[in-house]
Design a protein around this ligand. Structure first.
Ligand code: MN3
Length: 223
């Protein structure tokens, strides 16, 4: 696994070959161009995320992004992450990024959640969260606040940028690769389709509950 923070500290600040570094980092995030299978059943994240939402979210919403992305993709030998960073070969770039971003974001969303609830960050990630946000609880509060404050559809991200962890939110299906502001560590979908059936308009309650299913064991291994 790539140690993102050390990698950034050692390379991004000193090397001019930023594109090559991005390429090696992004290989770890390459999901290809097909709808991935969920790593658990639709009901495994209950009561945090209900089975009906999971079924619709993965089987309908995510699938639609995948179908549309492939329609717009045409001939390309680039990887998903390479295309998110630089879609110059694609004709309708804006529509492509909306859908390819949707595919990346959801693919990553599924694997960063787990039925093994109430996990906490560990190792270097935990140390960095404590150091940069004060504590895990303070980080959580800031992340939830960013999600609640985000107007309309979008995603809240924890990303690594220039060796530092940062919380940022973006509209629609954008993400740190598209915005060129670092490497995604954790993303929370704050579109209403992600929570409306169970939480109605209570986005704060949704994001607060969602923290229970974050797969920190998986994410901590990457940092
Ligand atoms: Mn979604």
């Amino acid at each position: 696994m790539i140690d993102y923070i050390t990698f950034y500290d050692k390379n991004i600040k000193t090397s001019k070959k930023v594109k090559d570094i991005f390429k090696s980092l992004s290989e770890d995030h390459d999901f290809g161009f097909e709808l991935p299978k969920l790593p658990y059943s639709h009901s495994d994240l209950e009561p945090v995320i209900d089975a009906a939402t999971m079924k619709l979210h993965h089987g309908k919403h995510h699938k639609k992004y995948v179908d549309k992305m492939n329609e717009l993709l045409g001939e390309s030998d680039k990887s998903l992450v390479e295309l998110l960073q630089d879609p110059k070969d694609v004709k309708d770039k804006e529509a492509f990024l909306d859908n390819a971003g949707g595919h990346f974001n959801h693919s990553y969303f599924w694997i960063t959640m787990s039925p093994k609830m109430n996990q906490k960050p560990s190792g270097k990630l935990a140390d960095n969260i404590d150091e940069q946000f004060g504590s895990f609880d303070k980080f959580k509060k800031e992340f939830i606040e960013a999600g609640v404050k985000h107007f309309g559809s979008g995603w809240v991200w924890l990303c690594v940028n220039d060796g530092k962890l940062k919380i940022q939110s973006f509209d629609n299906q954008s993400n740190p690769y598209i915005e060129k502001c670092g490497i995604p560590v954790l993303g929370c979908d704050v579109w209403e389709h992600a929570y409306y059936l169970k939480y109605q308009n209570n986005r704060e309650k949704y994001i607060t509950s969602w923290f229970k299913v974050v797969n920190w064991d998986f994410i901590s291994k990457k940092i």
